[in-house]
Design a protein around this ligand. Structure first.
Ligand code: PAF
Length: 282
């Protein structure tokens, strides 16, 4: 398994695969890989002959006060995990390779509506950064299929829409969230949690499950459910960013007629921001 740092070399290797008629799968990541990422690679292996995992901590998607500088960079460990998972190629470009003219001069991709609200409201510019880098990765790698985690529910919706709107010929697969035994969604940011914070973290999942049960049983007073969940999590020591019950397809706040519903949560434990979601159909 090779690790490639430049676009020129990447294109040369990929054109060899294409000449052999191989189907190319892409798993875009920011590295610091855990079992959740490995499940994306496994899904990509089912759908493609060759799997490229990109590792790039994308500066454009971090806000000024976010964790860009501290974000864990663990290329050696990531390589070991990816090799064991049967990944074919790693693309790990430098920021200069991706943004040769610098961020300020970079053309950006803006995805209206689904980027707004939820994480889009709390993290201005975040989804523009994600949409831009993902579009660039699609153009650099030209994969037949790309796999993203459902844990980043809004991100997946943004990527599906940009792919459709820009007629990018790639199939998008959403892969189910991988959880620890206590329900905590696997995330690179879990590594920031202290032991006490990690012990509290499963409350996000249990709270979402309670809401999901009520929704499945027909509850439609979403504001009440959201407020109760906010109070319960705040009482445990979480600082709530948002708890929203949304229409899973439009990502708008749900109305009582909606049948595909998703509970979206973003909450801080200390300085660590955790996100999670749970979908139901009724
Ligand atoms: O989900 C992530 O790790 C990132 O947002 C992505 C999709 C790799 C874009 O930088």
């Amino acid at each position: 398994m090779r690790t490639i740092h430049t676009l020129k070399e990447l294109r040369a290797v990929l054109s060899g695969y294409r000449e052999q008629g191989k189907r190319i799968g892409l798993v875009p990541t920011m590295g610091n890989l855990h079992e959740g990422h490995i499940s994306l690679v496994e899904q990509a292996r089912q759908a493609a002959d060759v799997v490229v995992t990109s590792i790039f901590v994308n500066p454009m998607q971090f806000g000024a006060n976010e964790d860009l500088g501290n974000y864990p960079r663990t290329l050696q460990g990531d390589q070991d995990r990816l090799r064991a998972a049967g990944n074919s190629l790693i693309f790990a470009p430098s920021p200069e390779e991706v943004y040769p003219d610098g961020l300020a001069l970079q053309t950006q991709v803006i995805v209206p509506e689904v980027s707004e609200g939820h994480c889009g409201a709390s993290r201005p510019g975040h989804f523009e950064g994600v949409a831009t880098v993902v579009t660039m990765l699609f153009n650099m790698i030209q994969p037949d299929v790309a796999v993203f985690g459902e844990k980043d529910f809004q991100q997946l919706a943004v990527i599906r829409k940009l792919t459709r709107d820009l007629f990018i010929p790639v199939e998008i697969i959403g892969a189910p969230t991988v959880r620890d035994a206590d329900g905590v969604a696997k995330s690179s940011r879990n590594g920031y949690l202290s032991a006490e914070e990690r012990a509290l973290a499963p409350t996000i999942f249990s709270t979402m499950e309670e809401i999901a049960t009520a929704l499945t049983q027909g509850a439609t007073d979403y504001t009440k459910l959201e407020n109760n969940a906010r109070s319960a999590l705040s009482a445990k020591g979480f600082r709530i960013d948002y708890i929203n019950i949304i229409n899973s397809l439009t990502l708008r706040l749900a109305n009582s007629e909606d049948q595909n519903l998703t509970v979206l949560v973003a909450a801080f434990l200390g300085t660590t921001r955790l996100i999670d979601n749970l979908s139901i159909k009724r």
